[in-house]
Design a protein around this ligand. Structure first.
Ligand code: SF4
Length: 413
């Protein structure tokens, strides 16, 4: 899916200005322009131009609101049938660090989170470990579950009954599994990560990860689209993909949204090297390059997309401000009770800090539910009746979380 026109070579500021003006006029960048801008994104003047346009586009589509979801991270199991070269979350069954949470443990965490004002229960887990590990499969079967997905469905219902709204990110799921999960989930997710099949070749980060085959992931996106499930996706930057791969990935996501209209948010996530992994010495993107890609993602996806960058992976104040200026309108899930188990080296900033930083850019931080306000306002039929009743109960008239974070000084006033 590459352009037949030559997108390489330097780009004058005059040409670049024409491209961003066109994106501002039409609401999103056309492909040739995006490829030309991407190929020259390391030019700081051009990047400043793209960033300025991205911020303007964000304001057009989303006004001055930036959102965040107060959540609890529930790592149901850290067993996974894949072995991505950058991952420290997945463990082998004989590792002392391997862990599958019992329902009682999940419920204890859910109660603690509810008491701390969390609304979202983020279920994040390894991909189909029962396919790879017989002992785990036998344990599941002894408890009456044929698959991790079945176990997850039960966990979601239990947590929903405790007052939280589940959002599950469980790797590759079948259409039937998604149809069952949606009953107890406000929304579901799967990072596309990249469209690069080359990263599945020998020596590349996804060689031992059959579920990272881009065609498999795109198929699941399509099935979620056919089911009309509010769905979170995103791209991972810095794992060996090319500039063209990044552009392709963003256009695949945009095309999916044009076809199905169910992508509720897109996450742009930077790769973070972890010391115990085969990719320990791989350099991630610089802050400038990353924010440039966030801005270009806004131009490609357009004004209306919900665009997120995780605040714990880019934690210094200036970077957070730069990300806001690059056109994000969401900080994703931030937890006052659990760490980011995927990136345990990166602590969450407090909601208070995020609000301050957001205010510094002339914008306002609002808490949302796992599903975005427009879905609650405009698409009630996307949810099971009991789920929609809960969404209404927990949201205000605009669809934001009814209970909003208050800083310690406000609480004392
Ligand atoms: S990144 Fe996800 S799919 Fe890959 S090994 Fe880790 S948990 Fe499994």
């Amino acid at each position: 899916m590459t352009s037949s026109r030559n997108t390489r070579g330097s780009l004058s500021l005059r040409e670049a200005t024409g491209f961003v003006q066109e994106a501002l006029t039409t609401g999103r960048s056309e492909r040739f322009a995006a490829e030309r801008l991407a190929a020259n994104l390391m030019d700081s003047s051009l990047r400043a131009l793209v960033t300025e346009a991205a911020f303007e586009l964000k304001q057009k589509g989303k006004g001055k609101i930036v959102t965040v979801s107060r959540n609890v991270f529930l790592p149901v199991t850290n067993l996974c049938r894949n072995r991505c070269s950058y991952c420290t979350f997945a463990q082998l069954p004989d590792s002392p660090a391997s862990k599958t949470l019992a329902f009682a443990e999940i419920e204890t965490l859910a109660r603690e989170a509810h008491a701390a004002g969390c609304i979202e229960a983020l279920f994040c887990l390894g991909d189909k470990p029962e396919v790879a590990y017989r002992g785990y499969r036998d344990t599941l079967a002894a408890s009456g579950y044929a698959s991790t997905a079945e176990y997850l469905i039960e966990a979601c219902e239990r947590v929903f009954r405790l007052g939280l709204l589940p959002h599950s990110n469980a790797g590759i799921l079948t259409r039937e599994e998604m149809a069952k999960l949606r009953i107890w989930n406000a929304s579901l997710g799967l990072m596309l990560e990249t469209t690069s099949a080359r990263l599945c070749e020998r020596g590349m980060p996804h060689y031992y990860a059959p579920d990272k085959d881009p065609a498999v992931r795109i198929r699941m996106h399509e099935e979620a689209g056919e089911l009309g499930i509010p769905f979170t996706s995103g791209i991972l930057l810095g794992i060996g993909e090319t500039t063209q791969d990044r552009v392709d990935s963003l256009f695949v996501l945009r095309d999916l949204q044009d076809r199905f209209g169910n992508l509720q948010e897109i996450i742009v996530q930077p790769f973070h090297a972890k010391s115990e992994t085969p990719m320990a010495n791989v350099q991630g993107l610089s802050e400038a390059e990353f924010t440039g890609w966030v801005a270009l993602a806004r131009l490609i996806l357009g004004a209306e997309f919900n665009l997120q960058a995780p605040p714990n992976l880019n934690a210094d104040t200036q970077t957070l401000i730069d990300l806001l200026h690059a056109g994000i309108n969401d900080w994703g899930g931030v937890s006052p009770v659990t760490q980011d188990f995927i990136n345990p080296e990166a602590p969450w900033p407090s909601l208070e800090r995020l609000r301050e930083v957001t205010r510094e850019t002339g914008q306002e931080l609002r808490e949302r539910l796992p599903v975005y306000p427009e879905w609650i306002r405009e698409r009630p039929d996307s949810f099971a009746p009991e789920m929609f009743a809960r969404l209404r109960e927990l949201s205000d008239a605009q669809g934001f979380a009814r209970a909003q974070f208050r800083s310690s000084s406000e609480a004392a006033a």
